[in-house]
Design a protein around this ligand. Structure first.
Ligand code: 6JX
Ligand code: ZN
Length: 370
């Protein structure tokens, strides 16, 4: 099943409190979703993800389509069993990955021909192939096959791309049979052009998807433009369905998205920067390899109660990175994920108690945002 319950709308912004109910459990929103590109949130076992409070994780259809391939996932009984994760999973359509990972691709009305970035072999993705693969993965939320227009892009290019993405969405919806167990989201495109965003949103809403994403953002555009387009677009999205913004994951971008009515977000950032020693704390980001932490026996973040901050010191974690010990990236990943998941819990509390904007401003001041 798939249901979204809207609990509360903030008084001071478009922030809202909700709950998504799926076959594999419930998700309190607003939510941050850790990314597990190749059926693993890098360095994390699924039990550890549960312990730090992850309610839902992402995985990428494009990558799993190439390796291990749909046959093996099918034999494993689907992605939940394959990776031993029994909570909700969201998979992408493969669109964004094809456009960002493989070169010499050819986009036609039918779909996208491309060469695998692994072995250069010819591959083809289309709305139907993408839905079929996501059906095999068995994820609880699946995405329409779309084109994320590059930034910058001409009005004409974005208009044609957005119209094709609408036709692709319709084909995917008609092809998808398992909608009681796998909710197919529509993806609103339209680049940085408000009139195209309005058309895309209205046409997508007319197709009556159970949830919607705002695509084509966080692609290098200035933050102000992203916020303006996002604020404009969410006004055309139904209140009673989840709203998902892809590719957003630093504290400020998450606050700004929630403030503009977003319920779900994902990003590789917190786990990617953790692996090279960048740690998110309440006082800003710190680079743990820095020599100044050599004899600093305090926790990564004084105000964090995660497993790492309760048991390990900056000096020790700096040492691990300094000698390239694999425990270093693991501890930094646990902390960064916990930090964002816990921040989202605090955001939900602040909406519940009608002090979201105060919480945001306090957080920004301490973090050192302008
Ligand atoms: C993974 C989620 C499911 O999304 C899709 O199946 N398609 C899709 N993914 C995106 C991912 C993005 N990441 C960023 N910045 C890091 N911008 C993004 C934009 C899109 C987009 O327009 N479409
Ligand atoms: Zn911590």
């Amino acid at each position: 099943m798939f249901k979204f319950e809207l609990y509360k709308k903030a008084k001071d912004s478009k922030a809202r409190l909700g709950k998504i109910i799926t076959d594999h459990g419930e998700i309190e929103t607003p939510i941050f979703m850790p990314v597990g590109t190749r059926a693993t949130v890098k360095t994390m076992a699924s039990e550890e993800l549960k312990k730090i409070g992850a309610q839902i994780i992402l995985s990428n259809t494009y990558h799993l389509f190439l390796r291990p391939g749909s046959e093996i996932i099918k034999k494993a009984g689907g992605l939940h069993k394959f990776m031993h994760w029994d909570k909700p999973i969201l998979t992408d359509s493969g669109g964004f990955q094809v456009f960002s990972l493989s070169d010499n691709r050819k986009i036609t009305e039918e779909g996208v021909e491309f060469r695998s970035h692994i072995d250069g072999s010819k591959k083809f993705l289309s709305p139907e192939v993408s839905i079929e693969m996501q059906n095999i993965l068995g994820s609880d939320i699946i995405m329409s096959f779309d084109e994320c227009a590059p930034y910058p892009a001409s009005y004409d290019y974005v208009e044609k791309s957005m119209q094709r993405t609408l036709r692709w969405a319709k084909r995917g919806k008609d092809f998808h049979k398992n909608s009681d167990h796998q909710a197919l989201f529509g993806i609103i495109q339209g680049g940085m052009y408000k009139d195209l965003r309005k058309i895309s949103a209205k046409e997508m809403v007319d197709m009556d998807f159970p949830g919607y994403s705002v695509g084509g953002l966080s692609v290098g555009e200035p933050k102000e433009i992203m916020n303006e387009i996002l604020d404009y677009t969410t006004d055309f999205m139904p209140e009673n369905k989840p709203r998902y913004l892809m590719g957003v994951g630093s504290p400020d971008y998450l606050f700004e998205a929630v403030e503009r009515g977003i319920d779900m977000a994902d990003c590789v950032l917190p786990t990617r920067i953790a692996r090279n020693g960048s740690v998110i704390t309440h006082r800003g980001k710190l680079v743990i390899r820095n020599a100044k932490y050599k004899e600093d026996f305090s926790p990564l973040d004084q105000e964090c109660d995660c497993y790492v901050c309760r048991n390990y010191t900056r000096a020790y974690i700096r040492h691990l990175f300094n000698v390239d010990e694999i425990l270093g990236p693991r501890l930094a990943t646990i902390h960064n994920l916990y930090f964002l998941l816990n921040m989202m819990e605090n955001i939900r509390e602040s909406i519940r108690g009608d002090y979201f904007l105060e919480y945001k401003n306090d957080f920004y001041k301490k973090y050192g945002y302008n």
